[in-house]
Design a protein around this ligand. Sequence first.
Ligand code: TTP
Ligand code: MG
Length: 355
Amino acid sequence: MDNTKKRLIFHVDLDAFFASVEELSRPDLKKKPMAVGHRSRRGIITTANYEARKYGLYSGMPIFQALQLCPQLILVPNRRKEYSKKSKEVFQILSTYSRTIEQTSIDEGYLDLTSRPEDPLFLAHSIQDEVEEKLGLSLSVGIASNKFYAKLASDWKKPHGIFWLKDEEADHLLQDLPISKIHGIGKKGQEKLKSMAIYSLGDLKSLDLSVLKAIFGKSGTNIYNFIRGRDQRPVTVERDRKSIGVERTLEKDIADSQSIFHYIDLLAEELAQDMRRKGITGRTIQLKVKTNHYQTYTRSYSLDEGVDDQETLARIGRSLYAHMPQGQAFRLLGLTASKLSDGNYEQLDFLDEDH
Ligand code: TTP
Ligand code: MG
């Protein structure tokens, strides 16, 4: 990569995506608080429109809680196929702006527009207008010289926002950004940082690289660099994806099944979230372990139907563990799904139904 040339990266993220697609077929819902999800005891909302967000609703909130905050909330069942279809249409339009485009979830992606001579703001407006006009959907654009900044920027003025986070202003603007907004810092990481009185990106900068590595492992180096505006990750055109997975190198070797189950559950949670966001389900689930002697073992299980829900992934992960060599200490655990399909069935609401 040419490191001397400043890049122009856009991060595009649709606004209240699933809810906005529902509003296309029912425009009367636009001005009313609405969320996507099935009404049931254990249900959660997958997303809420901005009218509903005024009541404090957010993705993943239990439905009973959402209804307490907003009794007049309108619940619309999930239509995953429809969202996948719209997502493809959006990315079709985006791909006319740049061939270097990387879709990172059903409703967001990066574009490298370095070679475009136009004014970046003009380009961003043009993208917004074209998607709005052709598909009736609203999106937000973050403009920056790298991916990390661009993603922060797309969130800056949501909904229907355009924000250019310029390098020379970044230090100042990001100083007070809460660590929860930093991509790559999960709930556990946030808790740990808060216990060290680290609340903002500015606070985080006071930590040495070695401390970040101790907390986040390998990705500590990335976090250290990214928050200083050093992010050379290219926008990569994704090849056909064969599998999706998460793995963890553990701080301490673990041998007892209770701790191992705990980590499998965490991996399942992470994997489920990633799969849902990318709109994919998998029929084969694999558990991988590495022993403290660097021996790697994998075991997998195939299903008739694709899954993407945490409970099933955790259940399969745990049962695969029973087929691993016993009496060993592990230092790495991984959970991977393969035989993927992209959202051609209604699975997202798995958790929303009473089984
Ligand atoms: P997001 O882009 O996180 O949310 P959003 O598009 O609804 O709202 P925003 O305006 O803040 O961008 O996610 C995109 C879609 O993915 C969202 O419409 C529903 C779905 N989704 C889930 O299914 N589960 C989740 O946990 C989240 C966060 C999103
Ligand atoms: Mg979105």
